[in-house]
Every structure is written in structure tokens, then in C-alpha cells.
Design a protein around this ligand. Structure first.
Ligand SMILES: *Cc1c(COP(=O)(O)O)cnc(C)c1O
Length: 357
């Protein structure tokens, strides 16, 4: 098979043991003689997978008892609407740190007053706004912890006087998180936890039931708590691969261990970006993401962009083109991205520097 170093932003690299297990399950799911994609979601073999997946989330992320973990269709984008449906009575504030945050605000605006408390739009979202005070007269404060497109990240659990809601699509399970600080954590799984087609929601059950509107059944978190994430037919294959990815993460030593590795990987790559005379990072240094590393050609070297892309492609790099809205390059180095991939990218950057002396 062709050797590829996959830096795609999502769908993205997943652990090989999870892929191997998925291949086996496609042939024969748990000795049933049935492929996992054909198994009844009401069978005991399948409900055991649901239980195991839920329990792995709870164990790995140390989720308190009054929270529930939900697996939902529709990706993170549907959650933008669900958040407002379930939590917005009158007014909510958002931290506008990028396009995803803007999309979340847009959905909430349809249901009440939703506004950007602070924004980094003035500098193409290359930093995280800091000097803001969270008001106390709002239903919730919403943040996007990792801004996949711009490579900025809020890496600490902030204190909020009102319910805190976080889109953690692209840094969930990359570091320990104090779940008790959040009313809701949600995201698409396809950045760090599994294949596309699935979203997760970790919801504080005590924070629900505070809005007066009618919530359509399928958008109501209570429906999915009561239905144990099987109110309707769940995407069995995505859930299966997610469960195997969680098993891999647990075997790796959990969040403390993976966080250490993630920091080491990111620091190594940023160090090369800072050292190499042909490149520069685009995110504010104090806000740099350990998941998405964004960089461009150094000033005066812009014309070399296509040439570097060509060399990188020849050397096996895949998915390093920056998001179409910002250009340049982006290396997404999620949990399952091996250090060898980062070493290969660094060698390629060094080779390019020596070719352009
Ligand atoms: C990818 C992404 C989304 C959108 O996820 P979908 O599952 O495609 O809807 C939302 N928020 C963030 C931070 C993302 O990275």
C-alpha cells in the first residue's frame, strides 16, 4: 500500500488498530456471522457496543454521574441548532473565534438573541480574544475550544458564571478536561474520535429543561437520553469505529499520556516553522493549537508556495493545504497522527529550505 502521511483536518487519520478491527467487524461482527453494517441495532451484541462506547467516554474523560454521553446524527452543525433549542430562552453570548463559531451564532439567532461577546474577526481569527467579561444575564456562554481552520485553541477550562457550552469538535480527547465546568460539550467525531456521520454530546442533565419552547422530538437532548442514543437507528459503523478508537486511546494511557504526546508533536513542528527561514506560523503564539498547525510562506517567499506543495506531495504528505478561506498550509496532527508523520514533514521543510538557499 502507498505510504501516506495524512494531515487532513477531518475526516482524518484514525488509529490503525481501530481500522483493523473495523475491517474484521465488516467481515464478521463479534462472531455473529453478520457484518457490523447489517447487524440489528436492537440485538444484544450491538447494545453491548453502545454500552462499551458510553462507558469508555465516561472513563477516559472522567465524566461526572449527572452527565450523559450521547451519540447523534447530523454532525456538529446540527448541534449548533440543538444547543439553542435546548438552552436558549432569551439571550446567549458567543466567543466569535472563527467560521464555526459564526455558524453556531447564526443558528441561535433564529431562536432568540445571540451575539458575539468578543471577536477576533479583525485579524482573520488568528488569536483568541481575552479581555472580555462574561455577563450574568445570559442563558449560556458558548466557546469553540479549537479553531480548526485558524489553528488557535483555548487550552484551559475557563470559569463561567453562567452555563458554559463548548464546541470541542477538533480537540476533544486531546487533553484532560474538567467536564464539570460545562453544561454541554459537543462536536463532530470525525476530527479525533472516529469516522464522519456522528456527533457526540456530553450533557449535564441538571442543566436541561429550562426553556419554555416546544423542542422538536429529535432535537431534544432528553429524547436521546431516554432512548440511550437509539431513538432512531444509529450509524452503527461510525459508532463501532469510535468505540475501537476509544479503546486504543485507553490503551495509550488515556488523556494525560496522549496530551503529553500531542504537546511534544506540536512543539516539534512549531519549532521548525519558527526556525525555518521560508515559513512562518499564522496563529498568535500564546494561542497556538496542538491539533491544527497553520503556517504560510515567510514574507517575500510567497511565490514558493506551489513549489513547496509539490515537494511535500512527492514526499507523501497528504492534506496539508490550508482551508480555502485562509490559504497557506495546515497540518492537522490529531491523536492518531504518528510522530513519524511530523518528522517527515519537518524533513521536507528542511529539504525545501536547502533547495532554495
Ligand atoms: C469540523 C467542525 C465543525 C463541523 O462539523 P460537522 O460535523 O461537519 O458539522 C464544527 N465545529 C468545529 C470546531 C469543527 O472543526
Amino acid at each position: 500500500m502507498k505510504k501516506a502521511y495524512n494531515f487532513a483536518a477531518g475526516p482524518c487519520v484514525l488509529p490503525q488498530p481501530a481500522i483493523d478491527a473495523a475491517i474484521e467487524a465488516l467481515k464478521d461482527f463479534e462472531g455473529t456471522g453478520i457484518p457490523v453494517v447489517s447487524i440489528s441495532h436492537r440485538s444484544k451484541e450491538w447494545t453491548a457496543v453502545m454500552d462499551e462506547a458510553r462507558n469508555l467516554w465516561k472513563e477516559i474523560l472522567n465524566i461526572p454521574d449527572n452527565y450523559e454521553v450521547l451519540f447523534l446524527g447530523g454532525g456538529a452543525s446540527l448541534q449548533f441548532l440543538c444547543v439553542a433549542m435546548n438552552f436558549l430562552e432569551k439571550k446567549a453570548a458567543y466567543l466569535e473565534t472563527g467560521v464555526w463559531a459564526k455558524k453556531a451564532i447564526k443558528e441561535a439567532k433564529g431562536l432568540g438573541e445571540a451575539y458575539a461577546l468578543a471577536s477576533s474577526a479583525d485579524k482573520t481569527f488568528c488569536y483568541i480574544p481575552k479581555n472580555y467579561v462574561i455577563p450574568t444575564d445570559i442563558d449560556y456562554f458558548h466557546i469553540t475550544t479549537n479553531n480548526t481552520i485558524y489553528g488557535t485553541e483555548i487550552r484551559e477550562d475557563i470559569d463561567s458564571p453562567v452555563p458554559l457550552i463548548a464546541d470541542m469538535s477538533s480537540d476533544i480527547l486531546s487533553r484532560p478536561v474538567d467536564v464539570s465546568k460545562y453544561a454541554l460539550i459537543y462536536g463532530g467525531v470525525q476530527k479525533n474520535v472516529g469516522p464522519a456521520g456522528l456527533a457526540f454530546a456530553i450533557v449535564n442533565k441538571d442543566a436541561l429543561g429550562k426553556v419554555s419552547r416546544y423542542i422538536p422530538t429529535i432535537l431534544d437532548y432528553k429524547t436521546h437520553i431516554d432512548g440511550e442514543s437509539m431513538f432512531n437507528t444509529p450509524p452503527v459503523f461510525s459508532i463501532y469505529v469510535m468505540k475501537e478508537t476509544l479503546k486504543w486511546l485507553k490503551n495509550m494511557g488515556g488523556l494525560e499520556a496522549i496530551h503529553k504526546l500531542n504537546v511534544a508533536k506540536a512543539e516539534k513542528l512549531y519549532a521548525e516553522i519558527d526556525r525555518n527561514t521560508l515559513f512562518r506560523g499564522t496563529a498568535a503564539k500564546e494561542d497556538r493549537s496542538i491539533m491544527n498547525v497553520c503556517f504560510v510562506m515567510a514574507e517575500g517567499k510567497e511565490s514558493l508556495q506551489d513549489e513547496f506543495m509539490k515537494l511535500a506531495t512527492e514526499r507523501g504528505m497528504v492534506g496539508i493545504k490550508g482551508h480555502r478561506s485562509v490559504g497557506g498550509f495546515r497540518a492537522s496532527i490529531y491523536n492518531a497522527c504518528p510522530i513519524e508523520a511530523i518528522d517527515a514533514l519537518i524533513s521536507c521543510m528542511q529539504e525545501f529550505e536547502s533547495l532554495n538557499k
